[in-house]
Design a protein around this ligand. Structure first.
Ligand SMILES: [Zn+2]
Length: 334
């Protein structure tokens, strides 16, 4: 420190480019680095066998039957990705989403098969009813209203059922009030006091979920999700949502979607210092893939920049359909 450079201040003229002049220097001063250890890969499981169908709006992402999911999980593990999150598309749907908490449900079957064949892979299950209800809503509907408390009871049953099948972590994505506490109580009462909960704590009502609804066949038949998911204009409210989930027992808190809500990721991380996840959702993925196919952007570069941005904003882990592509890029860089 020279006298003309007081602590905390830049000199009148600083040559900030000095540390950018070579690749070696750039890599030494790089503040955020992506790691495969931070990726969680979402998978869609369907009933039956030999089923493998690409989701047209999400190139490279498939609906898979159980034995194909197991094969996919072996690939994911071999690539060095530590975790997957499962979404189920049941054989049949009904008003109360029975398939969600059926011991022989499609997710329960998949969890059992994966934990048998690829035991080291961390298997997270998404806990919600929207893939399982005939009306496509995340809970029970009475007189046109999505009711909270009765839905929460079913979510707790679903989470316990996933735990009994062997899930390593459950992830409630519904955004109903009190669900984390109900799930915690169900898990503790069912003999799973050490099973962690990753809550979708600040989940916004977002247009970026469009391609996912094709993948999960969960588009609501009427209305929308604005009565439980958050309004995109709100940020302070996100902190209240996250705080509530932490009080109720969430071990990891998630912000969803990721890139349009990086300010929320940063505020959540700064305020609570909790393990924080961000869900890089289907629309974020599909936009990059579509623009890449049109030759408008360098898809690989944009993917890595997007994921780095999410980590830089404060996310410790990223749920992303890019996980496999990004893992291959990271391998090639070594
Ligand atoms: Zn839902």
């Amino acid at each position: 420190m020279t006298p003309d450079q007081p602590a905390g201040n830049l000199p009148p003229f600083a040559r900030l480019r000095r540390t950018r002049m070579t690749g070696a220097l750039r890599s030494m001063v790089r503040e955020t680095e992506l790691s495969k250890n931070d990726f969680i890969y979402p998978l869609f499981v369907v009933p039956g066998t030999k089923f493998r169908k690409e989701i047209s709006s999400m190139p490279g992402v498939f609906q898979l039957s159980v034995e194909n999911i197991v094969r996919e999980c072996a690939d994911v593990k071999a690539l060095g990705i530590p975790a997957v999150i499962l979404f189920g598309i049941p054989e049949s749907k009904d008003e109360v989403g029975s398939g969600a908490y059926d011991d022989r449900g499609v997710v329960q079957q998949a969890v059992r098969a994966i934990k048998k064949e690829v035991p080291e892979l961390l298997v997270i299950t998404d806990v919600c009813l929207c893939e399982y209800t005939s009306h496509g809503h995340c809970g029970i509907v009475r007189d046109g209203e999505i009711v909270n408390d009765a839905s929460v009871e079913l979510l707790a049953r679903e989470a316990l059922s996933h735990a009994q099948a062997g899930a390593d972590m459950v992830a409630p994505s519904d955004m109903f009030d009190g669900r984390v506490a109900a799930i915690r109580a169900a898990l503790d009462g069912g003999g799973f006091p050490n099973l962690p909960i990753m809550s979708y704590a600040a989940k916004y009502a977002s247009g970026f979920y469009g391609p996912f609804r094709e993948a999960a066949e969960s588009t609501p038949k009427f209305g929308d999700r604005r009565s439980h998911q958050m309004d995109p204009g709100n940020s302070d409210e996100a902190l209240r949502e996250v705080e509530q989930d932490i009080r109720e027992g969430a071990d990891i808190v998630m912000v969803k979607p990721a890139t349009p809500y990086l300010d929320i990721v940063r505020r959540v991380k700064d305020r609570f210092g909790m393990p924080t996840a961000a869900y890089n959702v289907s629309g974020e993925y599909s936009m990059v893939k579509a623009a890449e196919r049109n030759g408008w952007i360098d898809g690989e570069r944009v993917m890595m920049e997007m994921l780095t941005g999410i980590r830089r904003a404060g996310a410790d882990m990223i749920l992303t359909y890019f996980a496999k592509d990004a893992a291959r890029v990271l391998d090639a860089q070594r």
